[in-house]
Structure formats: structure tokens, C-alpha cells
Design a protein around this ligand. Sequence first.
Ligand SMILES: Nc1ncnc2c1ncn2[C@@H]1O[C@H](COP(=O)(O)OP(=O)(O)OP(=O)(O)O)[C@@H](O)[C@H]1O
Ligand SMILES: [Mg+2]
Length: 225
Amino acid sequence: MNKLALRTEGLHKTYQRGRIKTQALRGVSLAIPRGTFCCIVGPSGHGKSTLMHLLGALDRPTSGQVFVEDQEIGKLSSSELAALRARRIGFVFQFFNLLPTLSAQENVTAAMMFSDKNKNNRAQRARELLDLVGLSDKYKAPPNELSGGQQQRVAIARALANDPDILLMDEPTGNLDSEAEAEVMATIDQLHQQGKTIVIVTHNNEIAARAQQVIRVKDGRLVEF
Ligand SMILES: Nc1ncnc2c1ncn2[C@@H]1O[C@H](COP(=O)(O)OP(=O)(O)OP(=O)(O)O)[C@@H](O)[C@H]1O
Ligand SMILES: [Mg+2]
């Protein structure tokens, strides 16, 4: 049997703001095999990003368990979690989140805090990653000199900085026009071909149609179909 990259058991997440409680997830159990191209779809506000944050150990569940490569992450300390996030999981968000005063190359090296590479090797690795995402001519460019699609490809290069096996992307093309979207999807396809596990939250049916596994979230639960 294929080993699992990610698994959850009975995941619940309740946010509390003052007296208002929001049950964002109400018992989500799922399994994503290694190397899968998986999409998470569903209406706005129904728990997709919440699920993604829990899968990536950016937040802790109210109850239930998350396993990354068979390791239950609820048992890890905050520093162990930070190390797991940095080494095993790469994140890409809808709004790129690049550091505006740094060049493309510096944005990528800034993510290498857990790397044992020295400064020159880090710079070299950052350039290789920018080559991979088709930005060989933009090493020195700050974000405000890059198009949306180019900025998102820098964000993908940054997510790859520590060579994670799993890439979690929350609407990575949500802010892009169709041409930039095609560029970013080509990069993502290539990473999938290389064996990475890809999990994408998307509202785009064309992207979901290409996925090997589609997870539908509605009212904080999975929809069987
Ligand atoms: N930090 C938070 N504090 C309080 N409530 C939150 C928080 N984050 C999300 N929520 C609420 O939890 C529910 C699920 O939100 P979530 O962001 O997971 O939805 P989503 O499916 O990603 O939506 P979208 O497609 O619009 O991005 C929503 O009702 C939202 O208002
Ligand atoms: Mg969301």
C-alpha cells in the first residue's frame, strides 16, 4: 500500500472570539497518499483554510489528530513543530507574502533558517530554485518589480527552500490572471512529477479536474461523493 503523506482523525476546530464560537471543522478524517496531487474544494467560509492550517501544523486542532508521514504532530513541542514545518512542509498562500525589501533570491534564502548550508551555498540553492520556476533573469528583482505570476513563483521557490516532501497551497492562483495561472500550474505540475505531495485549496474547477484526489468540504465536514 502507498504510504500516507497526511492523515487526520476526527478533526474538530472551534474558534472563539469573545462570546462567539465558530465551529470551523466538525470531524474531518482524511488520508492523502504520498505523491498525490490533491485539491480541497468547497464554498467560502466552510473550513478549507482551517483544514490546511491544521494539516500544515500552523495551528492546533480543538480535538482530533493530524499525522504527517505517520507522525502525530499533536505530541510535538512548539519548537519541534516549527522544525517539522520548516523541513517537511512548504506553504504557498494566495497573497504571496513576500518580504518587500528583499530581492527574489533573498526571499528564498530567508526561508532557509533550518539549513546547514553556508551563505554561498544558500545563494546558489536559491538561484537553482528560481531557475526551476522559470525566473533565471529575476534573481535581483524586488517583489514590486515582478508580476503577480512571477511573485507567486518566487513564493513557490521559497516554499521549496528546505526541500519539503509536501506542498500546501491555499488558492495559489486565486489572485492571478489566466496566463499567470497557467505558468504557476505548470510549475506545480512539474513538482508533482518530481514526486512531491501537492495539496491545493482552490475555487477553480479546471484545477480540481486535474487532481488525483478531490476533498470536498462543506459546513466543516467532508462531503462524500
Ligand atoms: N482566526 C479565526 N478566528 C475566528 N474565526 C475564524 C478564524 N479563521 C476562520 N474563522 C471562521 O471559521 C470558518 C471557516 O473559515 P475558513 O477560513 O477555514 O474558510 P474557507 O473555506 O477557507 O473560506 P474561503 O474560501 O473564503 O477562503 C469561517 O466561518 C470563518 O469566519
Ligand atoms: Mg480560505
